[in-house]
Design a binder for this molecule. Structure first.
Ligand code: SF4
Ligand code: SF4
Length: 355
C-alpha cells in the first residue's frame, strides 16, 4: 500500500504565502488525531551551526507553532547536542546559538529545550530488536515528549547522501552516546598536542577509562559513553569517524525507527526543500544550493516523505542523483531501504497536491 505525501510547490500565481502552505500541509496530516490538549509536543528541527545560513529559517516554524497552539498543546523547540566540538556541544552554547540564529522566544514565542541535557548526558535506551542494534540511545526529552513535529531541511550529506526526516530523527534525536555509536566503532582519542593534563575528563569518566601519563590517554575500559568529549576545555578529545558510511546509514535507519516507536508514531513529518545545500547544516558555513527551491512536503510516513523529497530533487536533474555526483562513494538509498525493512514506513507513495 502506498503512503500519502502532501506537497506544495513554491510556484503559484496567487501570491499565496509559503507559511499558509506549511499550515495546510501540517493540517492535512490531522495532528488533532495525534495530539491532545496539554501535550508537550517537541518541534524537532536543526538550529544550524553558527556561521551556517542554509538551515530552515525560523519563520517557517511559525505556522507549526500556530497549529500546535491552536490545538491547545504545549509545544517546544528542540534539538540535541553534537558529538563533535562546536557551538552546539553543550546546552549553554547551544542555546546561545539558538538565539543568534533567530529561534529565540521573541521570534516564535515558545521555549527551546536541548533534549539530552547540559552536556549530552541524558540518554535513555529504547529497545528495538534491529538487525544491527538491540536498542538505541535517545535523548531523554525526546523520549519523554508526548508527540513531535519533525521539521527537516532536505539537503545533501557527506555520510548519508541526503539528510531529511530519517536523518533528523536518528542522528538528531540520539544522545551523544548514540551519535558515537552510529559514527564510530572505536573509542575516542586524545590529541596529545592539545591536552593540558587538567584532569577534567578523568573526573567525568565513570568507567576508569582515562589515565594521565603525562597527558590523558583513553584505555580499553572505555564504553563509548562520550561524556569526556564535552567536558574537555581544550577540545582535545576527538572522535574516530571510522564506521563505514553504509553501516552509519543502516544504524541511522534503526535509530529513526526507535524514535518513531518510542513516541508511538505520534509524529507529523515536514520536509522543507529550499536552499538545498550540498552538505549538512552542522558546518559553520555552507556552499551555494545545488538547485532551485522546490517547496514543502508533509506526511505521517518519514520513509515515503524522504523518498518523495529525493525524487523531487532528482527530477531537477533529469532523474539523475546529484548527491551521488557530489559524494560518489555513497549509496543514499541504503537508509531508505533499511528504514522500510525496519517497518518505519513505505517507499511507495502517492503525492497529493496542496495549494
Ligand atoms: S579534559 Fe582535555 S585537556 Fe584536560 S586532561 Fe582531559 S583531554 Fe587533557
Ligand atoms: S567515552 Fe566515556 S567511558 Fe570512554 S573515556 Fe570517555 S567518559 Fe570514559
Amino acid at each position: 500500500m502506498k503512503s500519502i505525501v502532501y506537497f506544495s510547490g513554491l510556484k503559484n500565481k496567487k501570491h499565496s504565502s509559503p507559511l499558509n502552505k506549511i499550515k495546510k500541509l501540517i493540517n492535512r496530516c490531522e495532528p488533532d488525531k495525534l495530539f491532545s490538549r496539554g501535550d508537550l509536543i517537541a518541534i524537532k528541527t536543526h538550529f544550524g551551526e553558527l556561521g551556517n545560513t542554509a538551515f530552515i529559517p525560523p519563520i517557517y516554524l511559525r505556522p507549526v507553532v500556530e497549529v500546535l497552539k491552536g490545538l491547545k498543546t504545549n509545544p517546544f523547540l528542540t534539538d540535541t547536542n553534537t558529538l563533535y566540538v562546536g557551538m552546539r556541544t553543550n546546552s549553554v552554547d547551544h542555546l546561545h546559538n539558538v538565539n543568534w540564529n533567530g529561534f529565540g522566544y521573541s521570534t516564535l514565542g515558545i521555549p527551546a529545550i536541548i533534549a539530552d541535557g547540559l552536556r549530552g548526558e541524558n540518554s535513555i535506551d529504547v529497545p528495538i530488536n534491529g538487525r544491527y542494534l538491540s536498542a538505541v540511545k535517545l535523548a531523554s526529552d525526546i523520549v519523554n515528549a508526548d508527540g513531535m513535529v519533525c521539521i527537516s531541511h532536505f539537503k545533501g550529506h557527506e555520510v548519508s547522501g541526503f539528510g531529511g526526516a530519517i536523518k533528523n530523527l536518528s542522528m538528531g534525536c540520539a544522545s551523544r552516546q548514540g551519535k558515537l555509536e552510529m559514527h564510530s566503532v572505536t573509542r575516542p582519542k586524545v590529541h596529545q598536542d592539545k591536552c593540558t593534563a587538567c584532569g577534567r575528563c578523568l573526573s567525568a569518566c565513570a568507567h576508569d577509562a582515562i589515565v594521565i601519563k603525562p597527558k590523558a590517554f583513553i584505555n580499553e575500559n572505555c564504553t563509548g559513553c562520550a561524556r569526556c568529549i564535552a567536558v574537555c576545555p581544550e577540545g582535545a578529545i576527538g572522535i574516530n569517524w571510522d564506521e563505514t558510511v553504509e553501516n552509519t546509514q543502516l544504524k541511522m535507519a534503526e535509530y529513526a525507527y526507535g524514535v518513531h516507536k518510542s513516541l508511538k508514531g505520534k509524529i507529523v513529518y515536514i520536509n522543507i526543500l529550499i536552499n538545498i545545500s550540498p552538505a549538512c547544516d552542522c558546518y559553520p558555513g555552507n556552499d551555494a544550493p545545488i538547485c532551485g527551491d522546490i517547496g514543502f512536503l508533509s506526511s505521517l510516513d518519514p520513509v515515503a516523505l524522504d523518498q518523495a523529497s529525493y525524487d523531487l530533487v532528482m527530477n531537477q536533474f533529469g532523474g539523475k542523483d546529484p548527491f551521488v555526483e557530489i559524494y560518489p562513494y555513497l549509496t543514499p538509498e541504503i537508509q531508505l531501504k533499511h528504514a522500510e525493512e525496519m517497518g518505519l514506513g513505505c517507499r511507495q507513495y502517492e503525492i497529493k497536491h496542496v495549494e
